[in-house]
Design a protein around this ligand. Structure first.
Ligand code: C2O
Ligand code: CU
Ligand code: CU
Length: 527
């Protein structure tokens, strides 16, 4: 057994210490690319930011503060509004940029493990995307310089070192990034205190209020599931609102948990945007299903609610998240018993309370829901170079190992079927194959929230053989996306265009434990 493999098992078996305790630093040995510490003199930033990742303590519960790792930022030059801290949260600052702005971010690591920052959803050059080959050590700085080319919307940033993204995000390293543009501003959507970022995560704490990550390799294979729900870093989250229209911008920032978002009184959800910005027109859903890394932009109307009323945003129960004959009867049963002694972790698909909203103030409102939201740019299927022969990507479990087309991550390699041409449009078919042999000869049926770096794509068609009745009305596929939830047995065809930038970009499962286990690959955009 080689060292890499051996240590991989050790890491999986022993769990990973937080608060800066690395059992093994897989990248110290193999870092073959030097960081990019220089600032380019000919790049003239509109905003220049200092960003740091460092250990911190946050009061989440009464008693001992919780040790976390978090991002801190300050504006060195440009509008001070570009950085907004979230009070009392481990979540990183919120960045606010405008489309067309030139941004420089000088990222310095003050944490023990190697790390690098990825701008999830942004269309930036390969060297600016936070690829794991660019990880830096404590004390080093990586300078990002890019122009914001994306549509108005809510994006986010988080670490992306190979094999340790899960524990780093879990320890608190994540932040939101809002982009605005002229088209969005003309709409006059709810703003300021009526535009609410809502980051949903699940976490487990020990008796000393400290974060607990994975405790065994089976948990790792399914993905981390936490005991309790945190919204913007707070447990039992409650907000008070006025009788106004709000914009709820929700990110599923969890490592592997899926949410089926709904109001407890059955009020439908009005969706105005997805990962890559506003839809062309609003859509209504009885509930919205959000896999890890996905975002949804909701228009929420409290105007007719009586003062004193309370609404609860829940995750409704659903099935299909982790089931098979073997897992149901064997593995999950074992985990249940083990957990039954110590912890009470809700399964993926269990009903959960996410957020309580109290209507507390009467205020006038004059907004109405716009019929048309944006001139959403379109992609033409007729232009796809492979319109009848989609490139296929099969996400499956092979002997406890999550793989894409049978492969795992190789730092700088691509296979011949992972090379695309600049300035072309392609159809890709993403398939969650549930036929692989899993644990003890059983079938593994596990969702894979698939994410593609460097671009936003469109969804052409989504199908599943069976077993998705409890979630099928919860997908919003009409907008631009960078992440999508691929349930067991599901096939989704997407349309993507490769433009502006050549080089290596990642695509991977955003179940962060799967990603860390190697369910990640490069694709190469070639001139
Ligand atoms: Cu949100 Cu490759 O990441
Ligand atoms: Cu990403
Ligand atoms: Cu996966």
């Amino acid at each position: 057994m080689d060292r890499r493999k051996f240590m991989g098992y050790a890491l999986a078996g022993a769990g990973i210490g937080l608060g800066g305790v690395a059992l093994w630093n897989p990248l110290k040995l193999g870092r073959s690319f030097s960081a990019r510490p220089e600032i380019s003199p000919d790049f003239e930033p509109d905003v220049d930011i200092d960003l740091r990742a460092r250990p911190a303590e946050i009061q989440i519960f009464p008693g001992r503060p919780t040790r976390v790792q978090r991002y801190f930022a300050k504006v060195l030059q440009g509008s001070p509004e570009a950085v907004q801290e979230i009070e009392g949260s481990y979540l990183g600052p919120i960045f606010r940029f405008k489309k067309g702005q030139k941004v420089r971010i000088r990222f310095t690591s003050e944490i023990r493990q190697v790390t690098i920052v990825h701008w999830h959803g942004l269309h930036v050059p390969s060297e600016m995307d936070g690829h794991p080959r660019y990880v830096i050590e404590r004390g080093e700085t990586y300078v990002y310089e890019f122009e914001v080319k994306d549509r108005a919307g809510m994006y986010w940033f988080h670490p992306h070192p190979h094999k340790i993204t899960g524990p780093q995000v879990y320890s608190g390293l994540a932040g939101l990034l809002f982009i605005s543009d002229d088209e969005e501003e003309r709409l006059d959507l709810p703003a300021g205190e009526y535009d609410l970022p809502i980051v949903i995560q699940d976490r487990t704490f020990d008796d000393e209020n400290q974060l607990v990550y994975l405790s065994n390799s089976m948990e790792r294979m399914i993905g981390f599931l936490g005991e309790r729900i945190l919204v913007n870093g707070r447990p039992e989250a409650e907000i008070s609102v006025a009788t106004r229209i709000y914009r709820f911008r929700i990110l599923n920032g969890s490592n592997s948990r899926i949410y089926k978002l709904a109001w407890d009184d059955g009020t439908p959800l009005t969706v105005i945007g997805t990962d890559g910005g506003l839809l062309d027109r609003p859509v209504q859903r009885p509930y919205v299903v959000l896999g890890p890394a996905e975002r949804v932009d909701l228009w929420v109307d409290f105007c007719k609610r009586p003062i004193g009323s309370v609404l609860t945003l829940k995750s409704l129960p659903f099935s299909g998240a982790a089931s098979s004959g073997m897992m149901g009867g064997g593995m999950m049963g074992m985990m249940g018993r083990r957990r039954g002694r110590r912890r009470n972790v809700p399964e993926n698909g269990a009903e959960l309370v996410l957020l309580r909203v109290k209507v507390e103030r009467k205020e006038p409102e004059n907004r109405t829901l716009p019929e048309s939201l944006s001139n959403m740019p379109q992609l033409d299927l007729a232009e796809a170079v492979n319109r009848d022969r989609p490139r296929t990507f099969r996400f499956s479990m092979q002997h406890m190992q999550p793989v894409i087309n049978g492969r795992t991550f190789q730092m700088t390699k691509v296979a011949s079927d992972e090379i695309v041409r600049l300035n072309t449009t392609e159809v890709w078919e993403l398939i969650n194959e549930n036929s692989g042999m899993g644990m003890m000869g059983g079938m593994m049926q596990i969702p894979h929230p698939v994410h593609i770096h460097g671009l936003q794509f469109r969804i052409l068609e989504r199908s599943a053989s069976a077993g998705w009745e409890s979630i099928r009305d919860g997908f919003v596929d009409s907008g631009w996306k960078d992440s999508l939830l691929l349930m067991p047995g599901m096939r989704v065809k997407i349309l993507l265009r490769f433009q502006d930038y050549t080089g290596l970009f990642l695509y991977h499962c955003h179940n962060l434990e799967h990603e860390d286990l190697g369910m990640m690959r490069n694709y190469l955009v070639k001139e």
